[in-house]
Design a protein around this ligand. Structure first.
Ligand code: DGY
Length: 326
């Protein structure tokens, strides 16, 4: 039996499987353990099951001499220092695929909500401001036939592209991709898919949706210069990671009317304080990082996270291991 620390309760029965095999401590609070608390609880652990809210950096890894496996309950693993884990031959796993469709659905929900000004329209009903049917109120942007730019055509980017083709959108992408989706999309007859440079994507798109991982190269990829390239009618959608967008540059671009809106599932920082200036910028929609939040996806993520941890503790390759371990 190995000692494991799990940094939050997870939906579904997956953690029971872990408990029957190992000695498991689960952090049962709503808020994540503070860094020092995580470090203290992990100190004797051989296995860690972490969330994207847990910073597992080189210092924490060094503080855990017995650690052999880290399983992250997320597809993104920018919260974990992979180099530090590799240097200690600690296996690190993530939970791809099972959340792809849920995240693509939420991305499209954000895109549609921003295009059709749903938050304002809903608020007006609650405020008693639905006085009559009005010809020129809440005029939104057409989605059908518009151009969608996808930054990062990985699993989730592709799933978003498939949805966009159903709306007969022209899909541009920069980064990721390769053969496959393009041909399939053209064969489908509706819409087109083409690879372009990031600059061209920003200049041509009515909607720009971010699906790249957060790395040093993508940190603040969408900065003031990138926002300047975008069209005044453009809407930015981010369901990837908050720090891909420079929040101050985004706020300025919205206030100046350089772009028309931003629909964000992720922000920098997270959580975004209720008095953050970005929230009062025009055309902003923010939801609290719920891309994968369907019961099915979150339970399957738990299954995968547990399968990864069990394999890592067994010394066998994890079903989804993010790096090779010597
Ligand atoms: C992830 O998995 O990386 C998402 O951000 C949360 O599900």
């Amino acid at each position: 039996m190995a000692r494991c620390f799990v940094t939050r309760s997870l939906p579904g029965p997956a953690l029971d499987r872990l408990r029957t095999a190992h000695d498991v401590e689960i952090w049962g609070e709503r808020l994540p353990p503070a860094y020092e608390e995580l470090s203290a609880r992990a100190a004797n652990a051989e296995g860690l099951l972490t969330l994207l809210t847990d910073r597992v950096d080189a210092a924490l890894i060094e503080h855990c001499p017995h650690l052999r496996a880290i399983s992250n309950y997320a597809v993104g693993y920018d919260n974990i220092d992979i180099d530090a884990a590799s240097a200690r031959s600690i296996a690190v796993g993530n939970t791809p695929d099972v959340l792809t469709e849920a995240t693509a659905d939420l991305t499209f929900a954000l895109l549609l909500a921003a295009a059709r000004q749903l938050p304002e329209a809903i608020a007006s009903v609650h405020a008693g401001d639905w006085l009559t049917w009005e010809p020129a109120r809440y005029l939104g942007a057409a989605v059908q036939g518009a151009t969608l730019g996808i930054v990062g055509l990985g699993r989730i980017g592709r799933a978003v592209a498939r949805r966009a083709l159903g709306f007969e959108m022209t899909v541009l992408y920069a980064g990721g991709g390769g053969p496959g989706l393009g041909e399939a999309a053209r064969d489908g007859g509706a819409g087109t898919v083409s690879e372009v440079s990031l600059s061209e994507l920003l200049e041509r798109s009515d909607f720009v949706s971010l699906h790249c991982p957060l790395t040093p190269a993508t940190h603040h990829l969408i900065d003031a210069a990138a926002l300047e390239r975008m069209r005044p009618n453009a809407i930015l959608v981010n369901s990837a990671r908050g720090p891909i967008v420079d929040p101050e540059a985004l706020r300025s671009a919205l206030v100046a009317g350089q772009i028309a809106g931003a629909a964000l599932d992720v922000t920098e920082p997270e959580p975004l304080p209720a008095d953050d200036p970005l929230l009062s910028a025009p055309g902003v929609i923010v939801v609290p990082h719920i891309g994968s939040a369907t019961r099915q996806a979150r339970e399957q993520m738990a299954e995968l996270a547990v399968a990864n941890l069990l394999a890592g503790l067994d010394g066998t390759p994890m079903p989804h291991q993010v790096h090779a371990v010597a």
